[in-house]
Design a protein around this ligand. Structure first.
Ligand code: R5P
Length: 312
């Protein structure tokens, strides 16, 4: 069974890089919008009999990119692909993994239902928002990580005064991974989310006064979490400027303006999704294509992808 990388629209650039690492050329899949708003998809190449890896992060606009992925999976199956794996470096809706109030859905579960209904057998992702993503989606999900790559790119900046800071409780596990990779300790900002674009902080657990902070998170959406954490760090007397590392740089709404207002030295994000052209000045995009390529080749050769230590 031949390995075929299929580049969907949001994953076009990343798919090319993954294919380069594997010494192959991706098959492009295009999407067009009909006058009534429907999406139409066509795979422009041969997938028949193949082991197909469809690269499509669920970047903004998440709904269009999700529907395009579902349609491309269906197209690949009807075109005779023997096996279809969705390479979804960023999974949207993962923050909606529980009902927080009456009348809400569990959106990420429905995303899993849709992927399975379309014919996805397994998926590969990077630093998902929830570690329970595999059981929530109800699929086989291979979880890879950008942490060693991003931490490695920051290693020269990190000294004994640096503290890795989780901007909220949900980021503690990730912060511990950075701390382990860099040999540093962790501090935690106590954050509460007031609304989709408003957060409040209530102090910091851990010693940050006079120390340089490396703020880490799985994603930057509006930038509100980082701004609130940076303000909390300033109040607690942390040294400036700060460094930031986050896997997924969505950078929506006025994130760029907000983050440009912070004393940032370096802001590292991975290329799990297409980065907006208008991004904070301190931004550096680090490629995780080699990590995804390694996961793809292992699956193709029927070798285990886990444990994550394989990537460290
Ligand atoms: C929250 O739990 C996430 O890990 C991120 O901290 C959050 O979603 C980032 O969103 P924003 O940039 O809009 O604050």
């Amino acid at each position: 069974m031949d390995l075929v990388i299929v580049a969907c629209t949001a994953g076009r650039q990343l798919a090319r890089q993954v294919a380069d690492h594997l010494g192959t050329t991706p098959v492009d899949s295009g999407a067009q919008r009909f006058p009534d708003g429907e999406l139409g998809v066509a795979i422009d190449g041969e997938v028949r009999g193949g082991d197909a890896y469809l690269v499509q992060p669920l970047a903004p606009p998440a709904n269009d990119n999700l529907v395009e992925l579902l349609l491309t999976v269906d197209a690949a199956r009807r075109a005779g692909a023997r096996r279809v794996t969705a390479v979804v470096p960023y999974i949207a809706y993962a923050r909606q993994d529980r009902r927080t109030a009456a009348g809400e859905p569990v959106s990420i579960r429905l995303v899993g239902d849709l992927l399975r209904a379309a014919g996805v057998e397994r998926a590969i992702t990077v630093d998902p928002h929830t570690p329970d993503i595999e059981s929530i989606l109800g699929l086989t999900v291979e979880i890879t990580t950008a942490v060693p790559t991003l931490a490695g790119a920051l290693r020269d900046e990190v000294d004994e005064e640096t503290v890795v800071v989780a901007p909220d409780l949900g980021a503690v596990e990730l912060a511990e991974e950075y701390a382990e990779a860099l040999g540093r300790s962790v501090a935690i900002v106590r954050k509460t989310r007031v609304s989709g674009d408003e957060v409040e902080t209530a102090g910091i657990v851990g010693e940050v006064a006079g120390r340089r902070a490396l703020l880490v998170d799985d994603m930057i959406s509006t930038g509100g979490t980082l701004v609130a954490a940076a303000e909390a760090l300033e109040r607690a007397g942390a040294a400036q400027p700060l460094d930031v590392a986050a896997t997924h740089g969505l950078l929506v709404a006025d994130a760029t303006e907000q983050l440009d207002g912070l004393p940032l030295r370096r802001l590292l994000i991975a290329d799990t999704l297409p980065t907006p052209d208008d991004r904070p000045e301190a931004t550096e995009v680090v490629s995780i294509a080699s990590v995804l390529a390694e996961a793809v080749v292992r699956l193709h050769e029927e070798r285990p992808v886990a444990p994550l230590e394989a990537y460290r």
